[in-house]
Structure formats: structure tokens, C-alpha cells
Ligand binder design. Sequence first.
Ligand code: ADP
Length: 202
Amino acid sequence: MINKKNEKNIVWHEHQLSKKQRARLKGQKACVLWFTGLSGSGKSTIANALEQRLYALNKHTYLLDGDNIRLGLNKDLGFSDKDRIENIRRIGEVSKLFIDSGTMVLTAFISPFLADRNIVRKLVEKGEFIEVFVDTALTICENRDPKGLYLNAREGKISNFTGISSPYEVPLSAEIHLKTEGKSVKTCVVQIIDYLNSKGYL
Ligand code: ADP
């Protein structure tokens, strides 16, 4: 929570070394590839495969993954709308710090609300936010059920589960729209690499 009282006494400190310099040293353009989609849609799988591909291209990356962040930085947060909003806000701020360090950030969070994703988009500079919509039908995600979560949600053991008892707001203008049905992970990675190449990120 922002403490307005404290905010008044805090002044942003300009650093001597710029984001551009740090990115140049790494030979890349810093950005965040923001994966969004239902649980089980393939965000983590595709982001992991993409990160390996970028590593092979000598790019400095960092992957922020939903469960991992919820086990650490955000372990005080649950899945109510309020906590989901705070979850995404913090991840947005962390992504911004990584971008400032010149890193290519990959994030894999359901991030179900349009407004929250747009807050992160506005938090960073133009061209730094690349929304990747992992578009996999709910039925497919539910059939995969890699963590058994859908089963628990259907049985009412998990509340506020995206797609079942909590909404997922589809991106309206994602930079990259991955229609995963019938596509391999590799094909999805190629689509992202092609985008990054065509827009001068690589
Ligand atoms: P999420 O991070 O969105 O919750 P995961 O990546 O953890 O999803 O799980 C997706 C599951 O779907 C994995 O078991 C993965 O192997 C499988 N899968 C099958 N086809 C694909 C595909 N084209 N893209 C991504 N994942 C796929």
C-alpha cells in the first residue's frame, strides 16, 4: 500500500548511469514480454522455451514466474480481486526495475484483468511492454490441468479461479497473439522471435 504521508518526503534520485547505457552494454533493447492467459494455457512453458532461445542469442533475460513470485515476494497475497491487482502492480514495478537494468524480462502470470495489464503498460516506456496473449481455449486448459487446479476449482475447493469462478478479460490489442491450438511450443517461440526481429528488439 502506498503511504501518502511517506511519499511526500521521498524524492526520486537520478542515477548517473542510464538505462540505455546498461542495455547497450548488454547489446540489446530492454523490454518486458508480458505473457497472459488462462492457467494451463502454456505461459510458463512457452516463456521458458523462449528464454532458452534468447540465451542462445546472447540476450540477458530474466523470467518472473507466477508461482515462484507468489512463494516469495508476494507470499502475503491471495487471489481476491484486490490481491490480484496488488500482485500485478508489484510485478509491474519489478519488471520496470529489470528493464532499467537493461534486461529483457519475461513474465508468466494469468493477469486476468485488462485494467491491471494496462497499468503495467503505462508504467514503462512506449515500446517496452510487449503483451503476449497465450490464447488457449478453457476446455483445452481444463483437459490438460497440469496442476490439478481446475478439478479442485470445479469441486469448489478453490475459490476465485480464473475461467471458472473469476473472469479472464481477453486482451484487445496484444502485440503478439499466440493461437496455440494445434501449434507446438517451438512454433509459438518462432512467432515471438519473428515479432522481436521485425520490431528491432533483436
Ligand atoms: P501456464 O503457465 O499458462 O499455467 P503451463 O506452461 O504451466 O501453463 O502448462 C501448460 C501445459 O500445456 C504444459 O504441460 C505444456 O507441456 C502443455 N502444452 C501442450 N501444447 C502446448 C503449446 N503449444 N504451448 C504451450 N504449452 C503446451
